[in-house]
Structures are given as C-alpha cells and as structure tokens.
Design a protein around this ligand. Structure first.
Ligand code: FCB
Length: 480
C-alpha cells in the first residue's frame, strides 16, 4: 500500500499544549492561562505550566522529529508571545523563539507548518470582548502581519485558524474551553469574526507575499466530521442535517461558497439574526481568504437522533448531550448524540475510520481540486511505560493510525487530492479541559522528568514514513 511520491508526513502540536514557560521572556497572558488557573475549569487544576517544556527543549524535540523521519511539523504560534497585549507593542523575544524553532526545523530538513491561532487569545483582547467582538478580527490580521513579516521568508505553508468551531462553540457557548462563556448568541458572532479574521489576515499576508516575492500557500484548519442519522426516521435525518450545519457547513459555507447556509441561518433564528455580518465580509472570507489548501482534523464520526426516546441511556454520549444544560449545539438543544457500538478511545470517542474517508470524499466533491491535508488525526489511550523493557506498547494507537491511514490511502486511490497527513500529536501534552490526563502522543512524556519515550506507534509511524507505505501492525519496525 504505497502513498504517492511527495506525500507529506508530519506530526502536529499547539503552542499552549506543549510550550510551558508561560511567563518567560515577556509573554503575555492568554485566555487559557486565565481559564486553567480558575478552580474547577480543568481536570486536577492542570495549567499550561510546565506542559512539555518545549520552549526550552525545542532543539531536542526537533532532533527526535528527525529521528522519526518527519517531513513536516505543524505547530502553532502563541499570539501572547508576539503581542503580549494582543495589539500594539511587539515582543521581540517572542519572535526570536519562533525564529530559532523555524531555523532549527529547516536545518534538519523538516518543513515548518505554522498555525497562527490555536486558541490562545491574548487575555486583554478577551477583556475587550473576545471573538464575539468584531475588532478582534482586525487585531488578528495585525498580528498575522507581524508574524508573516518575521517568518514569511522561510515558510510557505500557513494556516490561519485551528478549528474555529471549538473556539466559538466550546469557548463561548458550552464554556468548557477558554474563555468559558455560555452565551449562545455570542458564540455565533464569534464564528463570523473568526472567519472574518481569516479573511483579513489573508489580505495582509498575500499583500506582503506579493511585494516580497515570497511563496505563500494559505489555508485554514477545520474539524469537519461526518454526522450520521441514528436511524432513517425523519427526526433523526433532520437532526443530522442540523448538526452537520453547525459543525461543518457554517464554516465551509462562507469559506468555500461565500454564503452562510440558509437552512442553518433559519435554524439559528431564535438565537441570532446574523446582523453582525456586514457588506463585504463574505467577499473577504471567500475571495480574499480563498483557500490554497484546507486542513482537516479528524477524530471520530457522530451519530445523532432527534430525541432520546427509545435509546438506552448507556448509548447516549455523555459529553455531547446537554441534558438541559449548556451545549455547544446552539439552537439544536434537543438533538442527542448516540454511541454506535464501535470501540472507544480514552476520550470516549468511537473509532470508525470510514468517518475520515467520508469527510475527505465529501470535501473533494464540494471543492473540486482543492488540496486537502489531514492536519490532525490520532487517539488518546491510557499509555504506560512498560517496567520490563522501558517501551510504550500502545497497540490500540497503532491500530487506530493503521485503519485511518488505510482510509486516507483509499480516498487517494479514488482521486481525492489529499497531499499530506499529520499525526496528533507528536507528544503527550496539555489536553485542554482534560489537563495532562489524556495522552495523544506518538511520543510519551513523563511529566515528572520531562523524559520523552517514543511509543510503539511512533516507531510504527516512522516506518510508514520511511517506506512510504503501510507496514504490518504485528511487529513494530524501528523500535530499538
Ligand atoms: C483537537 C485540537 C487539538 C487536540 C485534539 C485532541 O480538537 O485541535 O489541540 O486537543 O483535538
């Protein structure tokens, strides 16, 4: 099972999840610093310190990437390191860190794939209203201009936002992510201002690229998934339409087609009238922000039903169903999420790789020719270092990666322009509200000693990269 020549193999991380050093060298405070320091917001009160101490260990981490054979590294840039107040004053020491990171990657033959915003909004901007406030989109463009001017000479592939669905709906509706607000109308305004921020950032980056002759391949990372009706009953099909609207089409509508989907706007009529959309905004998002590529983060498919009636309580997905409480699914509070009997990861997410192929096939049809990348894919399991041989035998993760890579391979065979794959994550890290309790890495991190141990999945993935195909999962080639 060979992948096309030139297929890009990478691994991904995000600034707040790995860097630590949250007060070093002039870094400002982000909404995740504030949120994680608030009692009860993260499991065990975990915060972004010291995370995996990557701010100081980046050179060793890059050496490890090289050892694994990674062709690309997807990371994010911490806005509060670049502009501690979220606007105005630039912190040169913050830029210097990413300068060193990028240079070291390039010296090691690893392509840097930065994302400008992976959720660590500078707190002062949240104090001014956060993403529900239009001004934040302009501040984001200013920040993008600063970063691009500093690093654009060495980096071709850029993503503006990571998973704006999470920023908007987990941050401002469910409140389980920073900044922890529970304001349905604000969450929809946040969607628009995030997308507008993408467009405004694209404008300044493209202008800079044109003037300086830099090559720029600009995209955005979206966590599109497949939403399947629990049964073919009308109420379930309708539930799937609504959740697909909120999770997928509310984003691909403006980005790929220049309009918010009419049915989603109608579904949300009781929440917001979309009066935050001004003339020209959709042009900015869809034309100026036209995607050169789209990154897809995929973990699991969803099954939904119109109501819980007749569904055993044990089949209802706890984390997704609001039971009358706050929910990210604004305007669709009555929809329930149902387990379909697949094995689950430590997150309780069901493992079904056909979800990945369905997502990619749909996007290839919806946006013909648009280069696609899987920018995150992976799974959390309760890994342990084996006391006998010092290895981490994460057989379930090997199997997860194996089935999902096979799904990726199958869609390439059917003509989908999928050009690369990034495992989430390079190493165990701060998994947001779950703190350090959920391990997604292909490299294990001992948080007491900061020791890195490549897991079996890491060695297996390394062999995928080396051979350009999918090896057997029964032995783990490469493990010393
Ligand atoms: C995605 C996030 C990433 C990580 C994985 C598990 O939603 O982009 O930071 O937390 O989920």
């Amino acid at each position: 099972m060979a992948f096309p020549a030139g297929f890009l193999w990478g691994a991904a991380t995000a600034s707040f999840q790995i860097e630590g050093a949250t007060t070093a060298d002039g870094r400002g405070v982000s909404i995740w610093d504030t949120f994680s320091a608030t009692p009860g917001k993260t499991l065990n009160g975990d915060t972004g310190d010291p995370a995996t101490d990557h701010y100081y260990r980046y050179a060793d981490d890059i050496a490890l990437m090289k050892r694994l054979g990674l062709g690309a590294y997807r990371f994010s840039i911490a806005w509060p390191r670049i502009q501690p107040d979220g606007k105005g004053k630039i912190n040169q020491a913050g830029i210097d860190f990413y300068d060193r990171l990028v240079d070291t990657l390039l010296e090691n033959g690893i392509e840097p794939w930065p994302t400008l915003y992976h959720w660590d909004l500078p707190q002062p901007l949240e104090d001014d209203g956060g993403w529900p406030a239009r001004d934040t989109a302009s501040r984001f463009a200013d920040y993008a201009a600063v970063v691009y001017a500093a690093l654009g000479d060495r980096i071709t592939n850029w993503a503006t936002l990571n998973e704006p669905w999470c920023s908007a709906f987990l941050g401002y509706a469910l409140g389980a992510h920073a900044p922890g607000r529970q304001e349905p109308a604000s969450s929809v305004a946040a969607v628009h201002h995030l997308l507008l921020g993408h467009g405004l950032a694209a404008r300044v980056m493209r202008e800079h690229a044109a003037q300086s002759g830099y090559e720029l391949n600009l995209g955005l990372v979206h966590n599109q998934t497949v939403v399947r009706p629990h049964t073919d009953a009308h109420a379930d099909v309708e539930a799937a339409r609504r959740i697909d609207g909120l999770r997928n089409r509310l984003f691909t509508g403006p980005l790929l087609h220049g309009a918010y989907p009419e049915d989603v706007v109608a579904d949300l009529a009781g929440i917001t009238d979309f009066s935050f959309v001004r003339d020209g905004d959709l042009h900015e998002i869809n034309q100026v922000g036209k995607l050169d590529m789209l990154g897809i983060n995929f973990y699991n498919p969803s099954w939904v039903a119109g109501s819980a009636e007749g569904i055993p309580a044990s089949a209802l997905e706890d984390g997704e169903n609001s039971h009358g409480g706050p929910t990210p699914w604004v305007g669709a509070e009555d929809v329930v999420f149902v387990h379909h009997g697949f094995p689950q990861t430590a997150m309780g997410w069901e493992i079904d790789a056909t979800g990945l192929s369905d997502v990619l096939l749909r996007l290839a049809e919806e946006a013909p020719g648009l280069p696609l990348y899987v920018t995150e894919n992976g799974a959390a399991f309760d890994d342990e270092v084996d006391q006998n041989d010092g290895a981490v035998h994460d057989t379930e993760r090997v199997s997860y990666l194996n089935t999902h890579l096979r799904a990726a391979h199958s869609v390439i065979e059917s003509g989908v322009p999928l050009h690369g794959y990034f495992a989430w994550s390079l190493m165990d890290n701060f998994e947001w509200a779950w703190g350090y309790s959920k391990r997604f890495g292909i490299v294990h991190v001992d948080y007491e000693t900061q020791q890195r141990t490549v897991k079996d999945s890491g060695w297996w993935y390394s062999e995928v990269i080396r051979s350009g195909g999918i090896p057997d999962t029964s032995d783990i080639p490469g493990r010393p």
